[in-house]
Design a protein around this ligand. Structure first.
Ligand SMILES: Nc1ncnc2c1ncn2[C@@H]1O[C@H](COP(=O)(O)OP(=O)(O)OP(=O)(O)O)[C@@H](O)[C@H]1O
Length: 190
């Protein structure tokens, strides 16, 4: 039986990593993170092969041209993508594959053979998003502006007709409870 993957989407700073971290801490063995490729530079603490495969633009473009990716997108000036192998590695281990991808990626997955569940994580407001991104301290003024501009479009796309579930990440604990309510039934159907 094929286990349906889970697509997680939402603006940068909405809290996807925060929620995923909690989920993996509690239910780690049931889930596998599909490790994306990116051409952006790594942040402190990020490991190659664990958080991302950090590659050059040339390497990434060659792999994309060879048809090795399910989806790929340019986001805030950097390329991101999910390789077929990254998803297969998780599926072959019998775990639910989680894809943390952006809006362009979601649109491409919708045109692929994957039949995932689609989940959108929303910030309470654009103002909250900006505050959180500033507090995270990972962005320059320029990258922050780009992320917020992109976020406006993403929030327009993050509506019920495009997703199976939308979670507003106001309080982390409440958002996490909602996440579990949505995801845990998937474990029964494994
Ligand atoms: N409910 C919340 N309330 C306040 N701060 C939060 C909440 N959820 C997450 N944060 C904080 O907001 C920042 C952005 O969260 P996080 O890094 O998880 O976002 P993300 O969606 O994974 O972003 P990216 O797509 O850029 O990786 C982090 O510093 C995180 O600690």
């Amino acid at each position: 039986m094929t286990i349906r993957p889970l697509v997680l989407c939402g603006p940068s700073g909405a809290g996807k990593s925060t929620l995923l971290k909690k989920l993996l801490e509690e239910y780690g063995p049931h889930f596998g993170f599909s490790v994306s490729h990116t051409t952006r530079s790594s942040r402190p603490g990020e490991e190659h092969g664990k958080h991302y495969y950090f590659v050059s633009k040339e390497e990434m473009q060659t792999s994309v041209d060879n048809g090795e990716f399910i989806e790929h997108a340019v986001y805030s000036g950097n390329m991101y993508g999910t390789s077929k192998k990254a998803v297969d590695d998780v599926l072959n281990s019998g775990r639910i594959c989680i894809l943390d991808i952006d809006m362009q990626g979601v649109m491409q997955v919708k045109n692929s053979v994957l039949q995932p569940y689609y989940l959108f994580i929303k910030p309470p407001s654009l103002e909250d998003l900006e505050t959180r991104l500033r507090a995270r301290g990972t962005e320059t003024e320029e990258s922050l502006t780009k992320r917020l501009e992109t976020a406006k479009k993403e929030l327009e796309y993050g509506v019920e007709e495009n997703f199976d579930k939308i979670i507003v990440n106001d309080s982390v604990d409440e958002a996490y409870s909602e996440l579990k309510e949505f995801i845990l039934p998937m474990l029964d159907s494994k």
